[in-house]
Design a protein around this ligand. Sequence first.
Ligand code: NDP
Length: 493
Amino acid sequence: MSTATLFIDGAWRSASDGGAHDIHSPHDQSVVATVSQASQDDVLDAISAARVSFDSGVFTSWSFKERSALVSKIADLLERDADLIARKESDDTGKRFIEAQYDIADVISTFRHFAALGAKEHGRSVDVGIAHVTSRIVHEPLGVASLIGPWNYPLLQIAWKVAPALVAGCSFIVKPSELTPQSAIALIKIIDEAGTPKGVANLILGPGSVVGASLISDPRVDLVSFTGGLATGQTIMKAAATNIKKLALELGGKNPHIIFADADIDTAIDNAVTAAFLHSGQVCSAGTRLIVERSIHDRVVKEIVRRAGDISLGGPDDELAETGPLISKAHLMNVSTYVERGIAEGATLLVGGHRSDKPEHANGWYYLPTVFDNCNTTMFCVQEESFGPVMTIEIFDTEAQAIAIGNDTIFGLSGGVWSGDNEKAARVANALRHGTIWINDFGPYRPAAEWGGYKQSGIGRELGEHGLGEYLEIKHIWTNNAPSRSGWFRDNK
Ligand code: NDP
């Protein structure tokens, strides 16, 4: 791949200081791409291009319907290139190619959802109770947005931001994780091909710690939409204070997964294994906290351990693999340290707990699915996200206890409850303070339904209707069709 991989003001370019870096496969450390690493000048150029294009009206003057048609065309082009993009995504993340294909299908659904939403009527009339006054609420594009994404579902998390930003009429700068830039490059090529006006979509590559500062603090940026870790979210909130930027934050989760004794236990166990170990736990909504009713604890644990121990790890094209490597050596070290800390604080390690020692995994960042029993809410391993394949198991005796344990976290992204008693399941779902709750299921989402976190899992919502609202300003226009004097102050003339 050429290293002219920054897209600024409608043109591809290399970094102004020649900066570039290699992308390594997490599966075997081979170099899968070399991309530009933006300089500070490049970042400022991208912000300028977005600001100028927004203020010029080149895109804001399009109607919602015109912008929706553009987003629809982007979905068509994504469909055309789906497998090529899935390959890039699986190269960068190490995930199985088939999983990357599912992710790109979700990306396309996201663009289709927002295209359909944008094509609907926007704004409304308000009855102000005065016959000669018309009052309208109108929706306008919010401005210039910095769109910053993580490495676990690189294109999907960016798509949740780019698609509504385009429908709304914002100009933006996309910054994917430095570890996984290739699919974002492909998306921006498509956005350009589809006929997006110059300067509206810009792409900056490089480490967040280097290129991120201006994206989150420059006063010409009106909104930061960020998906990533809590600590980075806190940095962004502080930086955004410069000009009271709007913020949309999708942060971490430590998600409770509650199984009552009256559930379909075999189905619940199967789903619990998927919830915790899909994509090796590198999922913000992973069900890593299993909370089990005491009477079924032994049965559930025995089966979970058997299933976790059987999970087969492998690279993008390993047809027998069920999940892949961790994203990087640094992340593997973090997960190792997290597990050591769990053991030190008294969790009982039942399976996993170390790197895969298979020869075919020697050059990759493979960590075995790990299960800790005898956990409770005072423990670090229950409270902190590992973002790796680590499940903790807690016990409850009563419904109230299950709810209290499930809510005993600073996070509030998602949770699940399994029970054969629909009323009980609904009561628990209502009481859990998390943004998504699954009853007798865990994991599915749809672009038409809002996604986001309570508490420290974030601010705002992506997807659904609200996900478009994040990119819109709301204006009230009052028109008096029979103006008269206000008469409030005496006129002593
Ligand atoms: P990080 O917070 O480390 O990084 C996320 C993005 O922010 C990356 O593009 C990163 O760049 C960038 N970044 C890092 N520091 C700064 C900075 N100072 N200024 C601006 N940008 C910066 O998270 P991860 O990529 O490690 O992703 C994992 C986290 O994301 C987990 O906590 C997970 O729960 C959360 N997540 C939440 C989701 C949700 O829907 N709530 C969905 C997916 C993940 P770079 O990587 O190039 O350094």
